[in-house]
Design a protein around this ligand. Sequence first.
Ligand SMILES: Nc1ncnc2c1ncn2[C@@H]1O[C@H](COP(=O)(O)OP(=O)(O)O)[C@@H](O)[C@H]1O
Ligand SMILES: [Mg+2]
Length: 291
Amino acid sequence: MPEPRRLHDPTPEPRADHVGAGASAAAPDAKLSLRDVSHVFGSGAGAITAVEGIAIDIPVRSLVSVIGRSGCGKTTLFNIVAGLLRPTRGRVLLDGEDIGGRAGLVSYMLQKDLLLPWRTVVDNVVLGLELGGMRMAEARAHARPLMRRYGLGGFEDQYPAALSGGMRQRAALLRTLLCDRDVILLDEPFGALDAQTRFSMQEWLLALWQDFGRTIVLVTHDVDEAVFLSDEIVVLSPRPGRVRARLPVALPRPRARSIVTSAEFARTKERCLDLLFDADPAASPEPPGAR
Ligand SMILES: Nc1ncnc2c1ncn2[C@@H]1O[C@H](COP(=O)(O)OP(=O)(O)O)[C@@H](O)[C@H]1O
Ligand SMILES: [Mg+2]
């Protein structure tokens, strides 16, 4: 297993907004591309279009958040990218290659991710390595220093029931990360945590992301979380989920918590809220001070 890579470029170039671009080839620096992806559940009168015409390029080693109201198709989109669901239409490209319907090529932490209660924390963390064929002793030896480094020291041989919600999420996230895929999908990873634990988990995630140099796509419905973490925020419309806007986040990295009081943070947040809650964002005025 490789050691954590330190590949992360400090601040990716801000990108222009693209809304619903067509089925062109993947952008040159795109790690993951969705090309005109739509999904319909069921058929006939009961058919539900969950997502429609989604076109997104996710640059390599970026951290991109997807936000949208409940039921707008965020989990459906992740299930498609993870290969658990074949889209009704459109393509998913990883490094330019069509991976539609193929599971196991990206790491995926489900919205309701569970640790196995009968396994110790370290044995939960190594699950992905074990499934990948690594011997248990080797997998544990690999995981233990990482657990110490990322705030799980002393909990390795406990059972999940002994852990707080934040610690359980750390273990689940570390397990996802150790699957050693370039792209990690996190579906509302901090949704169940209290506000203070959330804050520290967000900082923890940024540290991991910077150390490991992975591409992370994260679903959240917490706008502050999206702004604090992301290089770019993809705002989806209510169902059927369509890309309403892609907002670059022009905040410097590394990001300290104090950044949430900056004018740029407030501007980005306001723009996100406008896009989430306005019926017609094209008609809404620019927030004060926006460029
Ligand atoms: N397996 C399914 N069968 C039918 N409808 C589904 C299924 N999964 C999700 N849906 C519907 O698709 C829409 C999007 O769901 P989902 O992707 O879970 O939204 P989100 O994660 O944004 O809350 C919802 O209306 C949901 O009821
Ligand atoms: Mg969901």
